[in-house]
Design a protein around this ligand. Structure first.
Ligand SMILES: Cc1ncc(COP(=O)(O)O)c(C=O)c1O
Length: 381
């Protein structure tokens, strides 16, 4: 991260501690010094301890979890592996992540299935509104529901345990998009027990970019194919399941983000005396206090209860920002915040009629004074 930037967007791409980047550099040097030894003969030696740490961190058995390069790849793997027929329905919400929605749209176009979008309100006052909106759109043709654990643009922690329970009770398989969840909220996948759970480790776990995983429930593993088919389909390894064989090698790539994921969990877990739960709590409190400060300063209402926040919060931009149509990939005010004030914070447009919002993230390197500075900058922009 550039020194002096007020970085309030950990949610988009995370930030990796220097110690973990140093470890990654050492691993890369070892890979370049002896590529065959590193990528072929000793590959599992590096992969396995990291997989075990990640699995423990998210309450899963290592054999049910495979590394992927990002959550988008995890979603692609699931959508290429399920059999869809004409008229089947893929359920998602209006607050899903655009890239993942595109995967559903493409799978539906290929099979003549249909994407059904549940309209979750925003602003909202209670988690039940999320559950109700989703369940209202379930039909006897719903084959899969893609449900965010923590949404991207609205920064809501969805009541995912209840959603999965209700969907599975209706015979609907759930793919949980947990891109933001590990490191931000407690994750126990075995207890949640959806059909599929994919998540990033390069966001709130602070692993290097390219570290993510896909967890697949035992009864779904036989049909699972990775997004990229490689050697694993006919190259079994003693002691590994066919599911792991298929996923563990995704063609030649830099696997060091996967190898560093366990170390990132361990290193971050020692940064505060209370470990990961203290980190999550500190970040949550900072996000709540920062949102309060900004809502007061900008004279806008908080759009959801504090209990639905993790370590991000989405806040309405004040009236003077509203009603301006989109003219470029990134809104000019967002660019000016970075260029003139050194503040990195994402803007969003949502709803009908459209409203403009911004999202703050809170990570250990942030402090309340940075959000005060953001408030002042938004007032003079
Ligand atoms: C909810 C959600 N899902 C999926 C993704 C995709 O993550 P990636 O680009 O690492 O695949 C993101 C990224 O921000 C996200 O917020």
């Amino acid at each position: 991260m550039k020194p002096h930037t007020v970085f309030l967007n950990h949610g988009s791409f995370g930030a990796c501690p220097k110690r973990i980047l140093e470890l990654q550099n050492r691993l890369r040097a070892a890979m370049e010094a002896e590529p065959v030894q590193f990528l072929w003969r000793r590959y599992e030696e590096y992969l396995e301890p990291s997989r075990v740490s990640v699995a423990r961190f998210v309450g899963a058995r290592p054999k049910d979890l495979a590394f992927v390069t990002n959550a988008t790849t995890g979603v692609n793997a699931v959508l290429r592996s399920i059999e869809l027929r004409r008229g089947d329905e893929l359920l998602t919400t209006n607050q899903d992540y655009n890239a993942c929605r595109n995967v559903l749209i493409e799978a539906a176009a290929r099979t003549r299935a249909k994407v059904v979008v549940a309209q979750v309100p925003f602003p909202l006052t209670k988690p039940e509104q999320v559950l109700d909106a989703i369940l209202r759109r379930v039909s006897d043709r719903t084959r899969l529901a893609m449900i965010d654990h923590v949404t991207s643009s609205t920064a809501l922690v969805f009541p995912v345990a209840r959603i999965v329970q209700e969907l599975e009770a209706r015979g609907v398989d759930t793919l949980v998009d947990g891109a933001h969840a590990p490191g931000m909220v407690p994750v126990n996948i075995a207890r949640l027990n959806p059909a599929y759970y994919t998540a990033n480790l390069h966001k709130w776990v602070c692993a290097p970019k390219g570290a993510a995983f896909l967890w697949v429930r035992g009864d779904k593993q036989q049909k699972m194919q990775p997004a990229i088919v490689s050697h694993g389909n006919n190259t079994p390894r003693p002691g590994y399941s066919a599911f792991q064989d298929r996923f563990d090698w995704a063609g030649t790539l830099d696997p060091t983000p996967w190898f560093c994921a366990g170390a990132a969990i361990d290193w971050m877990g020692k940064v505060m005396p209370g470990g990961w739960s203290a980190i999550r709590e500190a970040n949550h409190i900072l996000a709540v206090n920062a949102r309060k400060l900004l809502c007061d300063r900008l004279q806008v209402e908080a759009p959801c209860p504090e209990a639905m926040l993790g370590s991000m919060a989405t806040i309405s931009l004040p009236d003077q920002f509203q009603g301006k149509p989109k003219t470029s990939k990134i809104d000019p005010e967002q660019c000016r915040l970075y260029d003139e004030f050194g503040i990195e914070v994402p803007f969003f447009r949502m709803g009908h009629p459209e409203r403009r919002w911004f999202r703050i993230s809170a990570q250990l390197y942030n402090s309340l004074s940075e959000y005060e500075y953001l408030g002042s900058a938004l007032c003079v922009l």
